[in-house]
Design a protein around this ligand. Sequence first.
Ligand code: SF4
Ligand code: SF4
Length: 122
Amino acid sequence: MAASLTHLPLLQPDCGTYPCRDDCCSEGCDVWPAERDALLASGLAQPSHFDEGYEDDEGDFLFRTSLGPRGCTFLESTRGCRLHTTGLKPAVCAAVPRDAREADEMNADGMLPCRSEWRAFP
Ligand code: SF4
Ligand code: SF4
């Protein structure tokens, strides 16, 4: 039986060169309390970089990163995430989109202009 495309891992264009303005980061991201604590302790973040926290539909308590001129407050001024090489980048940023359906939803919301160039592994 052929595997469902929905559950195949996805490739993507080179984020460092694709002319997207980091749109996948335009709405910020949800951060676990422990991730927020680690960012604050490291000095990489200030409390103003997060909202006051909220409980999501599954009962998890999360903090949303605040927004700056280009989207997430942790975006560099020209390109990329300033947490990328720190070891403290929020886990969700590496995990999402988790499948083709989520990628299509992000694209429909204007957050993944590169989506048409993503390819699933054969
Ligand atoms: S929008 Fe696409 S190409 Fe641009 S940074 Fe995000 S995933 Fe990479
Ligand atoms: S933390 Fe970095 S990767 Fe995650 S949404 Fe913000 S800028 Fe993008």
